[in-house]
Write a protein that binds this ligand. Sequence first.
Ligand code: ZN
Length: 135
Amino acid sequence: MHQIFTVATQQAKQSLDITARVAEIVKRSGVSRGLCHVMVLHSTAAVILNENDDPDVGVDVLTALDRAVPDHAGWLHDRVDNNAHAHIKAAILGASELMPIEGGRLQLGTWQGIMLMEFDGPRRRKVAVRILTEE
Ligand code: ZN
Protein backbone atom coordinates (compact mmCIF):
# COMPACT_ATOMS: atom_id res chain seq x y z
CA MET A 1 0.00 0.00 0.00
CA HIS A 2 1.23 3.46 -0.92
CA GLN A 3 -0.21 6.84 -0.04
CA ILE A 4 0.89 10.46 -0.18
CA PHE A 5 -0.44 13.13 2.15
CA THR A 6 0.27 16.84 2.37
CA VAL A 7 1.33 18.87 5.39
CA ALA A 8 1.21 22.68 5.46
CA THR A 9 4.03 24.02 7.61
CA GLN A 10 3.57 27.44 9.20
CA GLN A 11 7.11 28.59 9.95
CA ALA A 12 10.48 28.89 8.23
CA LYS A 13 11.88 26.29 10.63
CA GLN A 14 9.53 23.96 12.41
CA SER A 15 9.16 20.54 13.99
CA LEU A 16 5.75 19.04 13.19
CA ASP A 17 4.28 15.84 14.65
CA ILE A 18 2.88 13.68 11.83
CA THR A 19 2.49 10.46 13.87
CA ALA A 20 -1.33 10.52 13.86
CA ARG A 21 -1.50 10.95 10.05
CA VAL A 22 0.82 7.96 9.51
CA ALA A 23 -0.88 5.84 12.21
CA GLU A 24 -4.23 6.37 10.47
CA ILE A 25 -2.82 5.11 7.15
CA VAL A 26 -1.35 2.06 8.91
CA LYS A 27 -4.71 1.35 10.56
CA ARG A 28 -6.61 1.63 7.25
CA SER A 29 -4.11 -0.68 5.52
CA GLY A 30 -5.22 -3.58 7.70
CA VAL A 31 -1.63 -4.83 7.88
CA SER A 32 -0.94 -6.41 11.27
CA ARG A 33 2.78 -7.15 10.91
CA GLY A 34 5.20 -5.46 8.53
CA LEU A 35 7.11 -2.28 7.89
CA CYS A 36 6.10 1.34 7.39
CA HIS A 37 8.33 3.65 5.37
CA VAL A 38 7.74 7.41 5.70
CA MET A 39 9.53 9.79 3.36
CA VAL A 40 9.26 13.53 2.77
CA LEU A 41 9.42 14.25 -0.98
CA HIS A 42 11.52 17.41 -0.72
CA SER A 43 15.20 18.33 -0.34
CA THR A 44 14.82 21.03 2.33
CA ALA A 45 12.81 19.05 4.90
CA ALA A 46 13.45 15.84 6.85
CA VAL A 47 11.63 13.05 8.67
CA ILE A 48 12.95 11.86 12.03
CA LEU A 49 11.80 9.75 14.97
CA ASN A 50 12.04 11.65 18.24
CA GLU A 51 10.16 12.78 21.32
CA ASN A 52 6.76 14.30 20.54
CA ASP A 53 5.59 14.86 24.12
CA ASP A 54 7.66 17.93 24.99
CA PRO A 55 7.58 20.30 21.98
CA ASP A 56 10.81 21.91 23.26
CA VAL A 57 12.73 18.85 22.06
CA GLY A 58 11.91 19.77 18.47
CA VAL A 59 12.88 23.39 19.17
CA ASP A 60 16.19 22.22 20.66
CA VAL A 61 16.93 20.08 17.59
CA LEU A 62 16.27 23.11 15.36
CA THR A 63 18.48 25.31 17.59
CA ALA A 64 21.32 22.76 17.59
CA LEU A 65 21.16 22.53 13.79
CA ASP A 66 21.15 26.35 13.53
CA ARG A 67 24.34 26.45 15.61
CA ALA A 68 26.02 23.78 13.49
CA VAL A 69 24.76 25.09 10.13
CA PRO A 70 24.18 28.87 10.29
CA ASP A 71 22.01 30.51 7.62
CA HIS A 72 23.80 32.33 4.81
CA ALA A 73 27.30 31.49 6.06
CA GLY A 74 28.90 31.68 2.64
CA TRP A 75 27.32 28.49 1.28
CA LEU A 76 27.74 28.13 -2.48
CA HIS A 77 24.10 27.14 -3.11
CA ASP A 78 22.90 30.47 -1.60
CA ARG A 79 23.83 32.02 -4.96
CA VAL A 80 21.05 29.93 -6.54
CA ASP A 81 18.08 30.22 -4.16
CA ASN A 82 19.43 31.30 -0.78
CA ASN A 83 18.47 28.14 1.12
CA ALA A 84 21.70 26.14 1.38
CA HIS A 85 21.31 25.82 5.17
CA ALA A 86 17.99 24.03 4.63
CA HIS A 87 19.48 21.51 2.17
CA ILE A 88 22.42 20.80 4.52
CA LYS A 89 20.17 20.24 7.55
CA ALA A 90 17.87 17.99 5.51
CA ALA A 91 20.89 15.99 4.33
CA ILE A 92 22.15 15.56 7.91
CA LEU A 93 18.81 14.28 9.26
CA GLY A 94 17.65 12.32 6.20
CA ALA A 95 14.39 12.24 4.27
CA SER A 96 12.89 9.03 5.61
CA GLU A 97 12.36 6.61 8.48
CA LEU A 98 11.45 2.93 8.51
CA MET A 99 9.56 1.48 11.46
CA PRO A 100 7.91 -1.81 12.38
CA ILE A 101 4.19 -2.50 12.36
CA GLU A 102 3.20 -4.94 15.09
CA GLY A 103 -0.32 -5.90 16.11
CA GLY A 104 -1.75 -3.61 13.42
CA ARG A 105 -0.04 -0.55 14.90
CA LEU A 106 3.16 1.39 14.49
CA GLN A 107 5.72 0.05 16.92
CA LEU A 108 7.13 3.18 18.51
CA GLY A 109 8.65 3.81 21.93
CA THR A 110 6.60 5.58 24.59
CA TRP A 111 8.16 8.94 23.79
CA GLN A 112 8.76 8.41 20.10
CA GLY A 113 6.84 10.19 17.38
CA ILE A 114 7.34 10.81 13.68
CA MET A 115 8.44 14.39 13.18
CA LEU A 116 8.50 16.35 9.95
CA MET A 117 11.37 18.83 10.18
CA GLU A 118 10.82 21.97 8.09
CA PHE A 119 13.89 24.04 7.20
CA ASP A 120 12.62 26.28 4.41
CA GLY A 121 8.99 27.00 5.13
CA PRO A 122 6.26 27.80 5.25
CA ARG A 123 5.39 25.36 2.46
CA ARG A 124 3.12 22.49 1.55
CA ARG A 125 5.11 19.29 2.01
CA LYS A 126 4.31 15.92 0.48
CA VAL A 127 4.92 12.85 2.62
CA ALA A 128 4.91 9.38 1.06
CA VAL A 129 3.95 6.39 3.19
CA ARG A 130 4.58 2.84 1.96
CA ILE A 131 3.40 -0.14 3.94
CA LEU A 132 4.96 -3.56 3.43
CA THR A 133 3.27 -6.63 4.83
CA GLU A 134 5.15 -9.56 6.31
CA GLU A 135 2.19 -11.94 6.02
ZN1 ZN B 1 17.87 25.29 -2.93
